[in-house]
Design a protein around this ligand. Structure first.
Ligand code: MAN
Length: 349
């Protein structure tokens, strides 16, 4: 057993019933994968809220954004042109759709455990055609007083990385799609290195290559280049099928420590870690052979999509790393790690 996470005894911290749907006619199916940051002395979560209409017998229905509103698409469950074998995505008449529509919602807390929705902060919703199936799994990076929100933008055109920035969490600048499909899991470093922005990201390829983690650099945090593949899946391992970055890398004396997710062919999502050179983060120094967190708790095994722990947000206090994570794609949970313990679990090349 290599799981070194200390899960909150209060888990799940948030369940779908804890919040109100964004509009009449929809219900919250999943609360998951929050971006995390500190602001005005509080811990904040930017939670992914996945919604759909209440499901009727024999019918599959889901919302997509249209103009300022939503359109509900309804398909007979027994339609021969429907493939609904994955609870998260469906294929109908050769086109892919998501079963839920996600927006991002701000919650805050004084103790990092009890979260509430404060007054006066907007919901972040899909705004463009490229976001018609929603926005998801936002990473939040703070650089020089600006928060960079890198999130997954989904539509029939594909899955890419969108960027918005804010200083006050009330007004936002949209920079549009910064990395085109198919790409997600984009985590921006919270410090420039040798004058440049860096980000981890995850293109997907079904043929040559794979679901690997890449790094890129940028002069301004918006335009990205010099892409380089740094972490690949490992055959026969817990991360054999896909890997993707978590939140912004953590600066340690040994290097930039990144917590990432890896899944095997059975779609079990675990967490591991790798270490990048402090001065040249395109160089991988070490990686954990085994996962540091494995879905084992009931709320991680059973839910909308079971056997999943997935993180894209954390807070660091000295040696203590508190991650917030999506469990079974349905709940938001918390766990603590010792950074030293994670560093000790790394295998150097
Ligand atoms: C995958 C899963 C879903 C997600 C889509 C689009 O299928 O991660 O939860 O909605 O990709 O990003």
């Amino acid at each position: 057993m290599t799981d070194i996470a200390k899960r909150f005894t209060q888990n799940p911290v948030l369940s779908p019933i804890d919040l109100q749907p964004s509009r009449p006619g929809l219900e919250i199916t999943c609360l998951l994968n929050p971006g995390v940051f500190t602001f005005e002395g509080k811990t904040w979560l930017l939670v992914r809220v996945a919604e759909r209409p209440e499901q009727q017998q024999g019918l599959i229905s889901f919302p997509v954004l249209k103009g300022d509103g939503i359109e509900i698409i309804e398909i007979q469950a027994n339609d021969p042109e429907l493939n609904a074998s994955d609870p998260r995505v469906i294929n109908y008449k050769g086109l892919d759709y998501l079963t839920t529509l996600s927006h991002l919602r701000l919650l805050c807390s004084d103790d990092g455990i009890d979260f509430y929705q404060p007054e006066g902060y907007p919901l972040l919703k899909g705004e463009t055609d490229q976001e018609a199936f929603g926005i998801e799994d936002c990473r939040v990076a703070l650089l020089d007083g600006t928060y960079y929100l890198s999130y997954t933008a989904v539509s029939g055109q594909g899955v890419g990385v969108g960027l918005r920035t804010t200083k006050d969490w009330k007004t936002f600048e949209s920079e549009g799609m910064i990395i085109p499909p198919h790409n997600k899991d984009c985590a921006i470093f919270e410090e420039k290195i040798n004058g440049k922005f860096y980000a981890l990201h995850r293109p997907s390829s079904v043929d040559l290559g794979g679901n690997y983690i890449w790094i890129a650099e940028s002069p301004d945090g918006i335009h990205w280049g010099r892409h380089k593949c740094i972490i690949q899946t490992r055959k026969g391992s817990w991360d054999s099928k896909r890997v993707g970055a978590g939140a912004a890398p953590i600066k340690t004396e040994k290097g930039w420590l990144e917590i990432y997710h890896g899944a095997n062919a059975g779609q079990r999502y675990c967490l591991g870690a790798f270490l990048l050179d402090l001065n040249d983060p395109t160089v991988v120094l070490a990686r954990t052979a085994d996962p540091i967190m494995v879905p084992t708790a009931e709320y991680e095994l059973t839910g909308f999509f079971g056997h999943v722990v997935f993180t894209n947000g954390h807070v660091v206090h000295g040696d203590e790393l508190t991650i917030y994570y999506g469990a079974a794609d349905e709940f938001v949970c918390g766990a603590k790690f010792s950074i030293t313990e994670i560093l000790n679990a790394l295998t150097y090349d």
